[in-house]
Design a protein around this ligand. Structure first.
Ligand code: AVJ
Length: 313
């Protein structure tokens, strides 16, 4: 089959839609190819990137209390388990968890997570579920029977959703988790601009490489011809929408070929590649309530950098 008659990939069609819009955007989910995943893991170890280590500290400090609130015998359903480190930590803190169901769109990562959890808890049933959790999906009937499910959505990944999408996700999670379901949710908190911007524009340039890798990926997988050196990484706090935005800014006027089209950039024009919303306790409570969750308990760190929530009811 020739290149012109091949069905355009989802990456190419998303990129064409985003880059021909009046304000150029690319969906942040495309940041995570193998190299992007490696770079994100490097980000979580940066001195400036406080969310990962702070969330781990909260789970560690308040683990017993969280375990008491959850109760024994939960079936843990994790949305986007990443490397599985937090799953191991949570499963160790909980009392007699009955099963672990990691849900991700990428089957190859699920195998790694399953292996890590099985190594840590050899007798715990692990049932990976390949699904896009940004859409409705069903959980397998096996793995825990009728035991109440505990959803786990960590890392403030919820912050990548627009507020209306976050409510839609929280409402769907309630349905997916079923009667008696609870959701343990990590959410990053609003704080000073300098701390936030440093977290998304580190001095070692790892976040810049993470963002620019999206253009490398478009060149490789969608046949684009971006000059990577023609763009720079920018992170800025948007105070009105209380979110950090990542952009790729054209250093000078240029054009790029993509999917048979020419995409023109003015000097200084940007591609918005990610939003990371930050929350206030009241705002997060309102999102949860709008999604139908009736009760929300929160744990935080002494500096109030990050929050972990247990939604129920
Ligand atoms: C794991 C998606 C929540 O938004 O903080 C880190 C991704 N982007 N640095 C975040 C990310 C830039 C991260 N999430």
């Amino acid at each position: 089959m020739s290149a012109v008659t091949e069905r355009p990939s989802a990456l190419l069609s998303d990129a064409l839609a985003g880059l021909t819009a009046p304000r150029k955007t690319l969906p942040c989910k495309w940041l995570y190819d193998a190299e992007g995943t490696r770079l994100f893991e490097a980000i979580t170890r940066l001195p400036e990137y406080y969310p990962t280590r702070t969330e781990i500290r909260i789970l560690d400090q308040h683990g017993p209390e969280i375990a008491r609130a959850v109760g024994p015998g939960a079936v843990v359903v994790e949305f986007g388990p990443g490397d599985g480190v937090k799953a191991v930590q949570l499963l160790e803190a909980l009392e007699a968890p009955r099963a672990y169901l990691p849900v991700d769109i990428a089957a190859e990562w699920l195998d790694q997570v399953a292996e890590r959890v099985e190594a840590a808890s050899p007798t715990l049933p692990v049932r990976p579920v390949v699904a896009d959790f940004t859409r409705p999906f069903d959980l397998p009937a096996h793995g825990g029977g009728s035991a109440a499910r505990l959803g786990f959505f960590s890392g403030s990944t919820i912050g990548n959703f627009e507020p209306a999408e976050a409510v839609a996700f929280l409402a769907r999670a309630r349905t997916t988790l079923g009667p008696g379901g609870r959701l343990l949710l990590g959410a990053d908190l609003v704080k000073g601009e300098a701390v936030l911007e440093a977290a998304y524009d580190d001095s070692a340039g790892v976040t810049a490489a993470f963002n620019l890798n999206l253009l490398t990926r478009l060149n490789r997988e969608a046949g684009a011809d971006f000059d990577i050196g023609g763009f720079l990484h920018k992170a800025r706090w948007n105070p009105a929408r209380e979110r950090v935005e990542m952009h790729l800014v054209a250093r000078h006027a240029q054009s790029v070929r993509l999917g048979g089209q020419t995409i023109r950039f003015a000097a200084g024009e940007s591609i918005h590649t990610e939003s990371s919303h930050k929350y206030r306790a009241e705002g997060l409570r309102a999102l949860a309530a709008a999604a139908g969750w009736r009760d929300a308990a929160m744990w935080t760190d002494p500096d109030r950098l990050f929050s972990v929530w247990l939604l129920q009811g």
